[in-house]
Design a protein around this ligand. Structure first.
Ligand code: NAD
Ligand code: UDP
Length: 316
């Protein structure tokens, strides 16, 4: 047995892949989730493993357990879900961080925060490096998520400085793959589900805004390397620097699904960032040459297969 590890938000999209990988590496995993956006079905295949434990718990309440490492992922991640109950989103980021840092302090565990490229807001610097402070509207519709995550970063750094807590911070850029929630409104899941159902593909705005999409396996590799690296607390960007417009993404999905869907243009939501691309030179330098290996078409193909099976099984 290597480590006993707590993963908050472990029944979500990224968390479920992380739990799986940590178990495969011989660790004991405690997966904590309140099932707001995650589901037991994401981790049901891990239930037979005697070293896996699933706990229903809300990270805004203190949690007591003895572990070596904590990955703090609990937080809704898609705009639709984090805006559904914006106050709860802030509480989850801020009180969740306080609870996990307090736990880490007491039991002397190492704790990693899943922060986000959203701390850069609608960036005025391109690509984004870790030393960029960001351009966030503190009272806009995305602020419950962006400012919650920024406050969590601040808490992490302050617990480190003041209480010597062993922290790690990663800033995750748009990540996709199997087990994304089909209803969470994120662009990759929306486009794939729409294309598979033959429905209109909804581009918000003119489709020229960009994002850089990372396949989930590349993220999990970067996360685990960051957790286990010595003498470097971050923050570090973990993302795929290949940047695409939403129009390019829509066309790639249409091509790969062979869909007859048409593209329609809907209004752009407020404060929607125009562009986003990680500078990953720090990750390469500090994380043993980490870089993403799975490019868009390969990752989309795997994700399309997942959603295709999901839609077929829900129709039967
Ligand atoms: P997700 O919504 O699938 O997973 C989040 C998980 O947290 C869900 O299982 C949800 O039920 C759980 N959760 C939410 N509130 C909770 C609470 N109060 N107590 C306990 N559990 C709670 O989203 P994801 O994409 O897997 O994101 C995981 C983490 O990675 C989040 O912290 C998110 O901010 C971060 N992140 C994700 C992306 C991305 O592109 N997917 C990008 C940047 C950062
Ligand atoms: N988007 C879109 N159509 C959709 C969903 C999203 O054009 O059906 C756009 C959205 O406006 C944004 C980009 O896709 O510009 C990425 O959105 P997502 O919610 O996936 O992530 P985020 O904006 O948080 O990076």
């Amino acid at each position: 047995m290597k480590n006993r590890i707590l993963v908050t938000g472990g029944a979500g999209f990224i968390g479920s892949h992380l739990c799986e990988r940590l178990l495969n590496e011989g660790n004991e995993v405690i997966c904590m989730d309140n099932y707001f956006t995650g589901a037991k079905s994401n981790v049901v295949h891990l239930m037979d493993n005697p070293y896996f434990e699933l706990i229903r718990h809300d990270v805004t309440h203190p949690y007591f357990v003895e572990v070596d490492q904590i990955y703090n992922l609990a937080c809704p991640a898609s705009p639709v879900h984090y805006q559904y109950n914006s106050i709860k989103t802030i509480k989850t980021s801020v009180m969740g961080a306080i609870n996990m840092l307090g736990l880490a302090k007491r039991i002397k565990a190492r704790v990693l925060q899943a922060s986000t490229s959203e701390v850069y807001g609608d960036p005025l610097v391109h690509p984004q490096k870790e030393d960029y402070w960001g351009n966030v509207n503190p009272i806009g519709i995305r602020s419950c998520y962006d400012e919650g995550k920024r406050c969590a970063e601040s808490l992490f750094v302050n617990y480190h400085e003041q209480n010597n807590v062993d922290i790690r911070i990663i800033r995750i850029f748009n990540t996709y793959g199997p087990r994304m929630n089909p209803n969470d409104g994120r662009v990759v899941s929306n486009f794939i589900v729409q294309a598979l159902k033959g429905e209109d593909i909804t581009i918000f705005g003119d489709g020229k805004q960009t994002r850089s999409f990372q396949y989930v396996d590349d993220l999990v590799e970067g996360m685990i390397r960051m957790m286990n690296t010595e003498d470097f607390i971050g923050p570090v960007n973990i993302g795929n620097p290949n940047e695409f417009t939403m129009l390019e993404l829509a066309n790639a999905v249409i091509e790969l699904t062979n869909s007859q869907s048409k593209i329609v243009y809907l209004p752009l939501p407020a404060d929607d960032p125009l562009q986003r691309q990680p500078d990953i030179s720090l990750a390469k330098e500090k994380l043993n040459n980490w870089e993403p290996n799975i490019q868009l078409k390969e990752g989309l193909t795997k994700t399309i297969e997942y959603f295709d099976n999901l839609l077929k099984s829900s129709n039967t």
